[in-house]
Design a protein around this ligand. Structure first.
Ligand SMILES: [Zn+2]
Length: 545
């Protein structure tokens, strides 16, 4: 019965073999899609492909080594091999992506439905690609490195593998980053990472739904500057996307990217603002939460009310308009409309892309029709990459030549930056048009208006060979966290709230952050509540009684 080798295999070699097996055979679909995403197989792309293969292999190896202990290694490896085999089957057979929803349907379908998915080919496939290697692992005579030396050896392997993967990532970053960003589906194909992530996401979701929403600011009331006022107020909060402060000529950038905003006399431009995160999914919930960057926790934020809720408690009508990919939970309890796929557009959309001016369509009507004081959030598509040249209509291609591709390796750094600068130029027009609209509506609809603009995070454009955004905050370069922020108020708005513009102008070069937004919006609108921290309220020292 001794068909399997009896020679002892070292634990590290066994783990490496399984990592190699997973990298190749469990990911045939991943690699074929990856090759398509980088533009097909050719001799010049061999280094990129080989490098990416090595990155995946090294990462798998590094993450499996911590399990290479007696009694732990075999069950973990076998579970991964079987999971990978089953995932590969479902990806192959049904073209499904392995995500939270799939895991949910596996857990929550009844036995009858589940048996319909089972068939002999599936059993044969799993037996062959999962069962055989598992059997080998189960029967292998493994020698584990012992004692302190063994621990040191494992740590050394993890460190070396991670260093190797990091080095390769840095070398290939310019090409890899846009590919991964443009082809998000790839991460659902990488097996078994997809299944592990999806299971984790599913369990976290299950856990989350049982947590009740924690209200904040229920005591919110309007302060005494509201007394005797008859005009309604309209405040527009523009949430920018991927706009970095450095490329605004208002902040000293050499190219004239703000030809319109520079002419707005009353505009206050804050020059030293830091974002809460380096990605939309962190920054957007964080900036609207009362937590601040250091206390911010996404699972707590998902169950806690934020700025928009407090404004509602104080009697404002709150409306979120989106031209991005949704509000990341921030607008769950307020009015919402999505303009990113407007079929009834009046010329701000082309193909499946709507430019940001679409956000202003019908806004005067919305303002006039409202009977309450309004807070409107406009969520821009802004400068979202890597396809910067798709973010603005033809008339805004002022800087060039531009990179038309989302494959950065085919573009020079200069052409990538030129395309990015055109997105800032378009945002300049978008913000100026927003201000014009508010100025005009203030007169026509007899309301007091204001606009606060800030970007969610910045962007790397090739500095230190980094592109796009999303770097861990501790390591994130300045380009990814230094964001623009601006405030505009109609004459009537600053008068009714006794806001001293000169005082605010004098604060424009102070070190500020997304942490100031929550408290400053409440402070600006004279909302009184215990959650308002006056120290973070920009207006606190600039209101005259
Ligand atoms: Zn973003």
């Amino acid at each position: 019965m001794q068909k399997f080798p009896t020679r002892r295999i070292s634990a590290n070699l066994l783990v490496f073999s399984v990592a190699l097996l997973l990298t190749i055979f469990a990911n045939l679909n991943f690699w074929s899609d990856f090759i398509r995403a980088i533009g097909g197989l050719s001799l010049t792309r061999v280094p990129l492909l080989a490098g990416s293969f090595a990155i995946v292999l090294l990462l798998f190896y590094a993450s499996l080594i911590p399990f290479s202990f007696r009694f732990v290694a075999k069950p973990v490896l076998i579970a991964l091999i079987l999971t990978a085999s089953a995932s590969a089957w479902f990806i192959n057979e049904y073209g499904v992506v392995i995500d939270k929803a799939i895991i949910q349907s596996i857990f929550e379908t009844d036995l009858h439905e589940a048996t319909e998915l089972l068939n002999w080919r599936l059993v044969a496939f799993i037996a062959l690609t999962g069962g055989l290697p598992s059997l080998y692992v189960a029967r292998a005579a493994v020698s584990f490195p012992a004692g302190a030396r063994g621990m040191l050896q494992r740590a050394g392997i993890v460190a070396a593998a991670l260093a190797g993967a990091t080095l390769l990532t840095v070398l290939l970053f310019k090409t890899l980053a846009p590919t991964v960003r443009e082809h998000r589906e790839l991460r659902y194909l990488l097996t078994p990472t997809n299944a592990v992530q999806a299971l984790n996401g599913y369990l976290r979701n299950r856990w989350r739904t049982s947590i009740p929403l924690q209200p904040i600011g229920y005591d919110a009331v309007r302060g005494n500057r509201w007394a005797g006022q008859e005009r309604r107020t309209v405040t527009v909060i523009v949430v920018g996307e991927t706009a970095r402060a450095a490329n605004f000529s208002l902040n000293g950038y050499a190219r004239d990217t703000n030809p319109r905003l520079v002419r707005e006399d009353g505009l206050i431009n804050f020059t030293q603002v830091r974002s809460c995160g380096t990605a939309t999914a962190v920054s957007v919930p964080c900036v609207f939460s009362a937590m601040g960057r250091e206390q911010y926790d996404d699972s707590v934020a998902a169950h806690q009310e934020g700025l928009l809720d407090v404004l509602k408690h104080a009697g404002f009508r709150v409306h979120w308009r989106d031209n991005n990919s949704g509000c990341k939970g921030v607008c769950d309890r307020v009015e919402f409309d999505d303009v990113s796929n407007s079929s009834a557009s009046k010329g701000h959309c082309s193909g499946d892309e709507c430019y940001d001016l679409e956000l202003l369509d019908g806004l005067p009507e919305l303002i006039r029709a409202s009977t309450k004081d309004l807070v409107i959030v406009l969520h821009q598509k802004g400068s979202h990459g890597p396809a910067y040249s798709r973010r603005y209509p033809a008339g805004f291609g002022q800087f060039g030549p531009v990179c038309e591709s989302s494959e950065f390796e085919s573009c020079s750094r200069g052409s990538i930056t030129a395309a990015y600068d055109n997105t800032i130029l378009y945002t300049d027009t978008f913000l100026a048009e927003t201000i014009d609209l508010l100025r005009k509506t203030a007169l026509e609809a007899n309301v007091d208006t204001s606009m606060l603009y800030f970007s969610d995070h910045g962007e790397s454009l090739g500095e230190r060979n980094m592109y796009l955004h999303g770097a861990p905050y501790m390591l994130a370069p300045e380009e990814q966290s230094h964001v623009p922020m601006m405030l505009w108020m109609s004459e009537g708005f600053s008068q009714r709230f006794h806001i001293d513009r000169t005082c605010l102008q004098a604060r424009r070069d102070q070190a500020l952050s997304h942490d100031n937004v929550f408290h400053s919006v409440l402070g600006m609108l004279n909302v009184e509540t215990a959650v308002l921290n006056p120290k973070l309220d920009l207006f606190n020292a600039c209101v005259r009684s």
